[in-house]
Unconditional design. Structure first.
Length: 565
């Protein structure tokens, strides 16, 4: 932890009012590493999993596992017994750091899969102050119960594992950048999640890229010449990031976990998302950088609290498109409330490449990103990270396609994993000669910029014409502002081969007040006939993964059931 050595007294984490310095965080991570080595005999390459929400315990144990030479499988707190049973068999951890409220479930799964797996109990309550400076979620108003498992706090309080006047001599571990570091799991929208292992090098490569080629040029007054490296160091000193996206998810991990010891900012850590608490945190701690979904930003902009807080500190608002998507209207509305900040699409990226494959540098000036997205109908756009290469192939013939012609995106990256654990068929299919088949539909434009349009498997062939569900979804939301969220799938059709089917969740105030026929009537004459949905199906809520992505496979099954009734 470079920043811990350089600035041991600087605040690394703020957790509802509890402040932890870089020096304190480093010391606790060392203690946990010593415990793993001395007591559990964890060696290089051994796996120690984490099942925690955002909390200081996550940082302490994650850094400690890496310091011990171990590999950290990061499991979602949203996983339940079926997923965990599968993932524990694949990941085979020696131990798991688990949230206290999940201990009973983990104990059942561990007893079934491998009773020798050691459980270490941690909690989002461990570092919660007696009087929190921000409102806490209802789920945090409980007492910690480890169910008889070893408590992480007991380890951290023990002098046996301290580097300062240790009671025993600790073993040092030589960790190389080419050693495995973390195990991540794909989102599982088409089945059980797949496991991939990233090396230390891949993580550091992406951190160097994200900091060097991030959107910081947006802060530079035009016409000035100066040393960009000096400028970045000054930015790092004053940066305060709000970390609320789950840090077990690759994008949240990149933004708020791996970047902390590299950049050296202060992280304001929230265990749960709440638009009111986000606004209060920005106000109280002078947050400069956030990363949320665009749905969350819309919640924040519509919060009654927004006019009661100081929002002037915010400079950057990175976002991901899960349901709501970035457009000019959202950017204008955001700027009206946050005049010193810019809202932008974080990056195109994959779990397999440890995300952040497209850079933001230079893309936000004069709304260049939005102009290019509108021109090509893409969701994300930009030059690829230095050292990363892409090619666009015809999904049917495998032919290399010229600039401007869409096809399947193949990517080559220094951070690309070697394959999927215990999935030889998928590994052989998707990993070829250093290239990875992303399964995404996109193009490279005349400037060499990569455009991500959508998942290739989601494309719909209507009378031989390729139709993008993303475009249909955007058109529906424009024609029917009563829609809260929408997902379009392709279904077999006797007349056109395939046809779009729209699943819609209405805003609460419009439920029962608009019909399928009304929406379809608005589409006629306004949308291409290939884009008009064959049916509009209303749902209270669309099915989603733990990370918030809509599960279109569930919608396809729902359509089959409806069709056969």
């Amino acid at each position: 932890m470079v920043r811990a050595v350089e600035n041991p007294d600087k605040t690394a984490l703020i957790y509802y009012g509890t402040r932890i310095t870089y020096g304190e965080l480093n010391a606790m991570a060392n203690k946990f590493a010593n415990y793993l080595i001395d007591s559990l005999r964890v060696g290089k390459g051994d796996r120690v999993g984490i099942v925690l929400p955002n909390c200081p315990d996550f940082y302490i144990t994650y850094y400690g596992i890496l310091k011990a030479g171990g590999v950290a499988p990061l499991y979602s707190v949203m996983y339940r017994e079926m997923e965990l049973r599968h993932l524990l068999k694949v990941s085979r951890p020696r131990a798991i750091v688990v949230a206290d409220n999940l201990v009973p479930m983990l104990r059942r799964v561990v007893n079934e899969v491998d009773p020798s797996i050691k459980l270490i109990c941690a909690s989002d309550l461990d570092f919660l102050p007696t009087t929190p400076e921000l409102p806490v979620h209802e789920s945090m108003k409980r007492s910690k119960d480890c169910g008889g498992e070893l408590d992480l706090i007991t380890i951290l309080r023990s002098s046996d594992y301290s580097d300062e006047e240790p009671t025993v001599e600790h073993t040092e571990v030589d960790v190389s950048v080419n050693d495995p570091a973390v195990m991540l799991f794909t989102s599982g929208t088409t089945g059980l999640p797949k496991a991939v292992v990233h090396k230390h090098f891949g993580i550091l490569y992406k951190q160097a890229a994200a900091f060097t080629y991030g959107p910081y040029d947006y802060l530079i007054p035009r016409g000035r010449e100066f040393d960009y490296r000096v400028f970045l160091n000054e930015v790092a000193k004053s940066e305060v990031r709000l970390v609320v996206l789950p840090i077990y998810w690759v994008a949240g991990k990149d933004f708020g976990l791996d970047s902390l010891p590299v950049v050296g900012y202060t992280a304001v850590l929230l265990a749960r998302y709440d638009p009111r608490v986000v606004l209060l945190a920005i106000h109280k701690y002078r947050v400069t950088y956030t990363y949320l979904t665009f749905d969350a930003y819309l919640d924040i902009l519509n919060s009654p609290l927004i006019n009661e807080v100081d929002r002037s500190s915010l400079r950057f608002a990175a976002g991901s498109s899960f349901i709501a998507r970035l457009n000019r209207e959202l950017r204008r509305k955001f700027n009206s409330f946050f005049p010193n900040a810019v809202i932008y699409e974080a990056s195109y990226g994959l779990t397999e490449t440890h995300t952040y494959d497209v850079i933001n540098l230079g893309m936000l000036l004069d709304d260049l990103d939005l102009a290019l997205r509108e021109r090509y109908g893409s969701l994300a756009v930009g030059p690829t990270v230095p050292g990363t290469y892409v090619k666009i192939l015809d999904p049917e013939t495998g032919e290399l396609l010229p600039p401007g012609k869409p096809g399947v995106i193949w990517i080559r990256s220094p951070a690309l994993v070697e394959g999927y654990l215990e999935r030889p068929e998928e590994t052989t299919r998707d990993f070829r000669d250093g290239w990875f088949n992303t399964g995404d539909y996109g193009l490279v434009d005349e400037n060499g910029y990569l455009h991500f349009i959508q998942r290739i498997k989601d494309m719909i062939k209507v009378s031989g014409v390729s139709v993008s569900p993303v475009l249909v979804e955007e058109e529906l939301k424009e024609l029917a502002p009563e829609i809260r969220e929408v997902a379009v799938i392709g279904a077999k059709d006797p007349e056109t081969g395939e046809a779009p089917i729209a699943f819609v969740a209405l805003k609460d105030e419009f439920r029962g007040k608009i019909t399928e026929e009304e929406i379809l009537n608005r589409c006629r004459g306004k949308m291409s006939r290939y884009h008009i949905p064959r049916r509009v199906i209303f749902m209270d809520q669309l099915p989603k993964t733990p990370s918030g992505k809509i599960v279109k496979e569930d919608l396809k099954r729902a359509w089959e059931e409806l069709k056969n009734k």
